[in-house]
Design a binder for this molecule. Structure first.
Ligand code: FES
Ligand code: FES
Length: 84
């Protein structure tokens, strides 16, 4: 039986702001195990059944990625972190 996590772990209970570029695609860490938050670093392959979610920025500027990994509006923070 696999002992990989099937539920995400919170990287932090707050959003992670990151500068993004319009048209560029980012792989958001859905599992919470990455050491390069908020982005995937491949750690899910060994530790989780979850896989990254792609996000393509529509404009230049800051994106507020979900750090708690519980957002309904993944990969962006929707305020859910305030309830956990
Ligand atoms: Fe978390 Fe890849 S390390 S999804
Ligand atoms: Fe996850 Fe805000 S950090 S909902």
């Amino acid at each position: 039986m696999s002992d990989k996590l099937t539920h995400p772990v919170a990287a932090q209970k707050a959003p992670i702001a990151m500068d993004v570029e319009a048209g560029k695609t980012y792989a958001w860490c859905a599992c919470g195990l990455s050491k390069k938050q908020p982005l995937c670093d491949g750690a899910h392959k060994a530790g989780s059944t979850l896989t990254p979610i792609r996000y393509t920025a529509t404009k230049d500027g800051k994106a507020y990625f979900c750090g708690c990994k519980e957002s309904v509006n993944r990969p962006l923070c929707d305020g859910t972190h305030g309830k956990i």
